[in-house]
Design a protein around this ligand. Sequence first.
Ligand SMILES: [Zn+2]
Length: 634
Amino acid sequence: MRRLAIRIGIIFVQIFVGIAFLATTASGQTSASRNPSPDVYLITIDTLRADHVGCYGYKQVETPALDALAADGVRFTEAFTHSPITNTSHITILTGLLPSVHGVTDFGIPLSPQHFTAAELLKKHGYQTAAFIGAVILDSNTLAPGLDRGFDFYDNFPVKTDTKERWGRVERRGMEVVEHAEAWFDKHRTGPHFVWVHLYDPHDPYEPPPPFSEKYKDHLYDGEIAYADSAVAHWIAFLKKAGVYDNAIVVVTGDHGEGLGDHGEETHGLFLYDSTLHIPLLLKMPAAAHRGTVIDAQVRTTDILPTILSATDTPAPAELNGESLLPLITEVAQSAPSNRALFGETDYPLRWGWAPLRALRADNTKLIEAPRPELYDLQADPKELKNLYAIDSSKVQSMQAEMAKWKAKLPPSSASAKQGETLPDPKDKVEVQNLLHNAMLASDDNRSSDARQFLEKALQLDPSSPTALRQLGELELGAGDFAKAAAHLKRACELRPDDSTAEFELGEAAEKSGDWPGARDALEASLKLAPSQMSARLLLGHVYLQLKDAKNAEDQFEAALLVDSNNSDGRLGLAEAQIQQSNFAGALPDLEALAKSDPHNGLALRLLTQAYRGLGREQDAKRTEAQAAVLEKK
Ligand SMILES: [Zn+2]
């Protein structure tokens, strides 16, 4: 029966495809490349430096899948990202907008519904849409809200997981990502499809699985790239087997590169040098049109969405900051010069209190706006080692004029390097940032003593780094050294008075070391900055109980119960505050209800005993007292 159903299904699909084909030809679309709805497969490989890919001339890595896609399609030798940060860059790829225009310039900032994503636009055009991510930093429930808009299915991470390992909790191996995509595809055969696959593997820490861990043991970053390539190979082989590859558009790109020590930067995010901005870009068109073409003109990640929309005849939104790449790959345009300037941005340094950067890359020249500005002649100095910036140089002035035009396109509220002029130059802080990053990785892996060493070293270099102080405070809090934790966190709060999390943690550390007035002040400060924090509210209530300030304790627990009226900690706290004020009758009903619904709650029984005794109901008091004693013996 099942077999028969499948056969009928296949016949139905054949008939359907036949009708679709007739409709296509009847509407006058003759060329295969003009099929109105080719599938679109977007593959983003995180942290992929262009000069570490085989088809980009690198000899120390094997990337056969990427090389084959380059051979089947168009390879852009000079492709650049506008942002060296994962979620900012991906949102630029998916919206075709500059970071300051879409506004997602840091993790956790929601993508405004006024900006359309590729998935929304293609879905409206009849596509089935799905996204498969390799890292929790693109999870739409937590760090990338709004990025799932328009996707029928968005493969977020599990909300709760018991594992302490990074795999499955913060990161998925590339092969797992493509297996999820393949499983989804098997259940959604009817096209057209827009599927985005994100392979996080080359992002640090560099831990490729065997055999790549062995083969590339002396250069593990390349090992991760080779492994990601094997996942691409799996996905492409699947698409070929499913019969959808030939007519599909396949786009492969990186979200940013990796410093690998260039300019002192080990990873990415802090600077706007080519080591983190230059990325690969491969575009395979339906029927492998223009196969093997190599384009040397400068192009940008904002050009990807306009290209997809143009190639699928999908209506474009009014606002796009890039242009379709299709004119560049036609014969006529190949000889025409392209002047696609790259406007680069990073607000990442602001996380540490350092100046954000802006860059303009045009005509083989790069201007970087920073407290100490930079200008590079990229033809003579591709590694950007010789800063030619001089305020009176005509080159500087013409680049500044061009940059002003780009800035005029940005919303006025966007942070600019101008606002950061009084902040330290990230060039002076790169060593500290490397240490902070290593500490974060060590903490993620539960290597506390390594994390402590990195942080202490970072503090030696920059004694007033609020990030180092807060991270160290969190480390000591976890290790149970509350006095030390409080000292670090207090200093972090003084340096960054708007950090509600640091204030809350300071409150926790003070509470745990019995410093009630200190805990009260920190928690009050934290709640002033972020009033909806439930845990801070409850903890402050308990601190007021310790201070015998029952009225204020009552206020805090009542405020907490307004948010969650069933919270048992809040209900018990409120009852205790009422008992402290001799309001035994007020506390009684809720305590009786709590003791009834949870007879093993010792605190509820003890408070109930006090309430009965206060009301002169000695017999009831003795009964609940005995019940509590039995529980305590257990
Ligand atoms: Zn990234």
